[in-house]
Design a binder for this molecule. Sequence first.
Ligand code: AMP
Length: 280
Amino acid sequence: MEIFNTIITTQSYLAPFKKNNKTIGFVPTMGALHQGHLALVKQAKAENDIVVVSIFVNPIQFNNKEDLLKYPRTFETDASLLEAEGCDVIFYPDESQMYPEPDQSVYDFGLLDKVMEGKFRPGHFNGVAIVVKKLFDIVLPDKAYFGEKDYQQLQIIKALVEHKNIPVTIIPCPIYREDDGLAMSSRNMRLTAEERKVAPFIYQTLLQAKDKSNQLNPNELTHWVIQQIEENSMLTLEYFEIVDAATLLPVINFNDCQSSIGCIAVFLGDVRLIDNILLE
Ligand code: AMP
């Protein structure tokens, strides 16, 4: 496995593969890897000749300074996990490589980047789009793998690729969970033991919501979820919304869209967790 810190070394290593029509599978990450990330790597490995994983904590997608400072960084462990998965290349740049000067690009994804995460984390998706576009330009992947855990991000990346005509296929990957249902996240390691015990309540509530989606309308169901979360004194709800899985428009009536998804963001202590569930 190769580890490159610069754009030029990464590009020179990958160029001959590209020239020989070898397919490149790409998994962009911010490190602090867990089984959820590794599931993406496994899938990329199965579907491509060569797998590139990037590890870069992208400062411009953090609207909260504290969150950026506290973001876990575990490069040595990440590298050994990736080596064990058969990853071929780690691209591990520092900030000066990625942003020799500030990137002022402004993306507009219409409604996609205004709701939910977009509303509560201003500038977040613009920062995500800037870094993913840069990474795609460097790695030139055939396929890129993104988790459905960050469902809104996945829709934005699909829009980015379409708007910019980037020749890459975006592969959505299912949410990987702990045995108790908690969606795996690099942020989970910041939970205290007590918080960690409470955390599965989020997914349990989503599962119950799915069960209730044939008895309650979206508005009633939303209120039911809000009430469940608010009754738990350790959780602070940021949002729960039921949206059209393709457009992210609010769903007024379940029959009005092909599939709807319930998306949630919750604070547990000072750790912000997100999750989602396909309702129908
Ligand atoms: P991150 O390092 O958090 O930016 O995540 C890198 C990629 O891994 C993104 O495409 C995430 O959606 C994906 N990912 C993170 N956690 C999970 C999970 N629990 N299941 C599936 N994919 C995930």
